[in-house]
Design a protein around this ligand. Structure first.
Ligand SMILES: Nc1nc2c(ncn2[C@@H]2O[C@H](COP(=O)(O)OP(=O)(O)OP(=O)(O)O)[C@@H](O)[C@H]2O)c(=O)[nH]1
Ligand SMILES: [K+]
Ligand SMILES: [Mg+2]
Length: 342
């Protein structure tokens, strides 16, 4: 049996197994097996058949956004509308066959937008992707290890050389037990490890932690072509979590989408200031939320952190303006910083 067949067999078995106390170990094991086979599938293999080619596009700008969707939902139309790059759009499926990068300039940041070929042929019948289709897209991304709008499970996991499996939790667990955790670990041939649940995680989340290469990223679900559906339908879609409804054709709600995109990217703009001068508001340093003074230093110059004496910060991250801070101080959006060297 090939890996694909094994995966499909396990998926079928999971689907037909009722979820209850008596089956939880069995289900946990099945899920561990499934994750193992999927990982094998993604491993670079010698036969090029299973290997994806990938798209070679230089990372650029302060953040990256990929347009993932079914064919002909309007991804290329969107790229052409929001950036100065033109990407061919047409009414037939798979118009786009490679990755086309463009740049959105917003609040002083350069956001790289990637137009990609549609995924899953014929899945989006009609003009708008409906709810089951959204689930289908999620499933595709899940199966390659991408976790959307979820944070990394708060589980401490450390494989050891000996000593067996030590299992602890700081909260009451309703989905996992010591026995299930052991079963799953054994499936991965791990017999010595330290495990600490700091959150009531599911078996799937525990498996994600063991496998380790999961990618956690924010996701906005954008429903285009609202000019073609009823107001009731638009309203229903707009109320779904993480959703934005737009029409590229009629240029509806695009500003709101940009605002939401900015929110989901969670970027922080920091302005620098030289001694005795006004801050430079024309050229912000763009960092991820949660950036420290040290991150700011690295962005300005490789060696700046080693010459750092202290910094003065004005803005919401400090109690006083300015406040003298060290390298570990956490910056906030629109703070101004002046760095003093040794
Ligand atoms: N009515 C309507 N049509 C739209 C809208 N946005 C895009 N279209 C049309 O939808 C068709 C498909 O658009 P594309 O931009 O090629 O879609 P795509 O997602 O890039 O398609 P692939 O590259 O083939 O996956 C084109 O004929 C567009 O003109 C919209 O908001 N309303
Ligand atoms: K198309
Ligand atoms: Mg396209």
């Amino acid at each position: 049996m090939g890996i694909l067949e094994k995966i499909s067999e396990i998926e079928k078995e999971i689907a037909r197994t009722q979820k209850n106390k008596a089956t939880e170990y069995h289900l946990g094991l099945l899920k561990a097996k499934l994750a193992k086979y999927r990982a094998q599938l993604l491993e670079p293999s010698k036969s090029s058949a299973a290997k994806g080619e990938g798209f070679d596009v230089m990372k650029s700008g302060d953040a990256r956004v990929a347009l993932i969707g079914f064919p002909s939902v309007g991804k290329s139309t969107f790229l052409s509308l929001m950036t100065s790059t033109a990407s061919e759009a047409a009414s037939y499926e798979f118009t786009t066959l490679t990755c086309i990068p463009g740049v959105i300039e917003y609040k002083g940041a350069n956001i790289q937008l990637l137009d990609l070929p549609g995924i899953i042929e014929g899945a989006a019948q009609g003009t708008n992707m409906q709810c089951p289709c959204r689930a289908l897209l999620e499933k595709e991304l899940e199966s390659v290890g991408i976790r959307l709008n979820k944070s990394k499970p708060n589980i401490y996991f450390k494989p050891k050389k000996g000593g067996g499996i030590s299992f602890n939790s700081t909260v009451t667990l309703t989905q996992c037990s010591e026995k299930l955790v052991q079963l799953i670990l054994h499936e991965y041939k791990i017999f010595n490890a330290e495990v600490l649940f700091r959150e009531d995680c599911s078996p799937d989340e525990f498996i994600d932690v063991i496998v380790g290469n999961r990618v956690y990223m924010p996701c906005l679900y954008v429903y285009n072509k609202i000019d073609q559906i009823s107001m009731e339908e638009v309203d229903r879609l707009a109320r779904r979590p993480h959703s934005v409804v737009i029409s590229c054709g009629m240029k509806l709600n695009l500003d709101y989408l940009l605002e939401k995109l900015w929110e989901y990217l969670a970027l922080t703009c920091i302005y620098t200031k030289k001694r005795g001068q006004r801050p430079d508001f024309t050229d912000a340093i763009i960092l991820r939320k949660g950036a420290s003074v040290e991150h700011v230093c690295h962005r300005i110059h490789r060696s700046l952190a080693s010459q750092f004496k202290y910094a003065l910060v004005w803005g919401t991250s400090t109690k006083y303006s300015p406040q003298r801070v060290g390298l570990t101080h956490m910056m906030e959006h629109e703070d101004v910083i002046q760095i003093v060297k040794k």
